[in-house]
Design a protein around this ligand. Sequence first.
Ligand code: PDD
Length: 284
Amino acid sequence: MTTRINLNGDIQQEAFISVLDHGFLFGDSVYEVISTHQGRLYFVQEHLKRLRNSARAISLEIPLADDAIIREIEKTVEAAANLESYIRIIVTRGVGEIDIDPESCTRPNVLIFVKPARLYPEENYTHGINVALVSVKRNPKESLNPGIKTGNYLNNVLAKVEARQAGAADALMLNPTGQLTECTTSNFFFVRDQRLMTPSLDCGILSGITREVVLRLARENGVLVEEGEWPPEILQDAEEAFITGTVKRVMPVTSLDSRPIGEGKPGPITKMMIRLYEDVLTSL
Ligand code: PDD
């Protein structure tokens, strides 16, 4: 079980970045988290596309083409030699003056961090988790758009701290107009009247790659799907809920603020989505 870090093509056990890197000073960076299933990377193209969109949105040029990034990822995963890997790709603005203007940064740093995949406790999937509706709001799209995956996650850090203080595994955030958005590192789904519902991209969320796959699988398997804008009160009548993300995959949410959702256990649509998603990963 090892960690390997690829910094601009050099693979080591440890790596160091200058304190003058604007990624460190200002959170001026973009990133993606990729994972393996049975040793194989999955949805890499989708992650690299989102990485490029994020970089474009903050006017950051990624100095490598996608195939070169994939080669570097594969080399790093091979060097780490773990059964299953967690892969974090970070592109920072690079070293510059202590001044928020990125103009002085001439060379972005490309970092590929590989460690053993994190496994969540089995009971998170069999019993589900408790999520807290927190007071910290997701950024409005007009500020740092939550659709851009940057290294500036302090908002989500604060939401997570609030959730922990409430004894919850994760935080569910609203946007400034009071509509449901997503959790700190995952998208949120709920079931109501047998419909699978999830906040739309317009609410100010990350367009999750797992979210997209789950929506497609639901439609292909005859589940009615709705993307929309809803206040949190709608969850009072929810029958089921779950979150999605590359690392957590599909994880049931069985209570909100310690009050059971539906029967307080993973429901049939949640179980179906867990199974369908696992089948997709196995078939890749
Ligand atoms: N997080 N929403 C947010 C705010 C996220 O940070 C993530 C991913 C997701 C789910 O996206 P995807 O299905 O593409 O992984 C939704 C990664 C896993 C992380 O930061 O660790």
